[in-house]
Design a protein around this ligand. Structure first.
Ligand code: BV8
Length: 255
């Protein structure tokens, strides 16, 4: 494993020669947009909201209004931020790689807003709302009664965010596509994740066992670091543009 804060030449060559690149992102890729990461979330304004305690079906059953309001606050915050240079660099990279698959654990939709298409959202999307009873998507709903989340206009059940909570299964199709991409890629970039949430955190091992190079981009070491071929120590909003410029210099003209 090579730890570096610049783009090592062997990595640049591997990027240029890779026909299949897969990317797995976590909350860290949105940090420079101003979206608190989950590890940061336990500090500052978020200290009173513990994701491990609130992002669960049990929390919603116990206090649906508190969980709904937490997501409404996060949704409003995400509506006010914009994608950062890291998101844009990944959107640019896709134009230079024959087979490029972007998998995210994030629910903020910032990859799509930066121009990435066909993003595999393993944990759903906070902008989408669904009926908690039957799971159907809901886009408009009547005002909520005091002390309650809004209710499904069709069945009267509570509405909830269309995200995957802890102890809930991931969307089977998204997970299979992500596992296939990890298994088939020549190189997997793992960006801005503490690599502690499963089954997403198992994807680097799938890529490695299939012979791919695994590259981590993170200001900090993680549980994954010892299993990587390259660990680039830095913020994704700085490292990703440098990586794209080093591997695909023409990208600077196309930006
Ligand atoms: C399931 C949506 C089964 C909601 C989220 C195996 C082993 C151990 C445990 C388990 C296991 N299998 C399953 C589990 C249980 C559990 C789990 O993984 N628990 C862990 C925590 C112990 N997993 C589940 O429950 C999953 N479901 O397995 O279901 C099942 C099957 C059938 C029937 C029933 C059940 C569901 C997991 C999904 C949970 N939902 N999000 C919401 O957002 O509110 S997870 C949520 O937390 C995020 O989506 C994200 O994935 C995760 C946080 O992880 P990160 O993204 O990595 O963020 P974090 O803050 O941790 O790290 C940020 C990193 O960025 C840091 O490393 C930091 O250094 C770095 N960074 C900071 N700044 C920058 C930066 N990097 C780059 N640039 C910067 N500028």
């Amino acid at each position: 494993m090579t730890t570096s804060s610049i783009i090592p030449e062997p990595l640049r060559d591997a990027l240029v020669n890779a026909r299949r690149i897969a990317v797995l992102t976590g909350a860290g890729v949105s940090a420079e947009s101003g979206v608190p990461t989950f590890r940061d979330a336990l500090t500052g304004i978020w200290a009173q909201f513990d994701p491990m305690e609130l992002a669960t079906p049990a929390a919603f059953a116990r206090n649906p209004k508190r969980v709904w309001d937490w997501y409404a606050m996060r949704r409003a915050m995400i509506d006010r931020v914009t994608p950062n240079a890291g998101h844009h660099a990944l959107a640019a990279m896709a134009r230079y790689v024959p087979h490029f698959v972007l998998v995210t654990q994030n629910v903020d939709g910032l990859h799509q807003r930066a121009g990435s298409s066909d993003v595999i959202e393993l944990h759903g999307n906070i902008a989408r709302v669904k009926c908690a009873q039957d799971g159907v998507p809901v886009t408009t709903w009547p005002d909520a009664a005091a002390g309650e989340p809004p209710r499904c206009p069709a069945c009267g059940g509570f509405l909830r965010p269309d995200v995957v909570w802890f102890d809930e299964p991931l969307p089977a199709g998204a997970l299979k596509r992500a596992e296939d991409a990890a298994r088939r890629c020549n190189l997997l970039l793992v960006i801005g994740t503490s690599a502690e949430v499963y089954p997403a955190a198992a994807l680097p091992a799938v890529a490695r066992s299939a012979g791919a190079l695994v590259v981590e981009i993170n200001p900090n070491a993680t549980a994954l670091t010892p299993q990587t071929d390259f660990a680039l120590r830095g913020a994704s909003g700085v490292v990703l543009p440098a990586l794209v410029a080093a591997a695909w210099p023409a990208s600077g003209d196309a930006a």
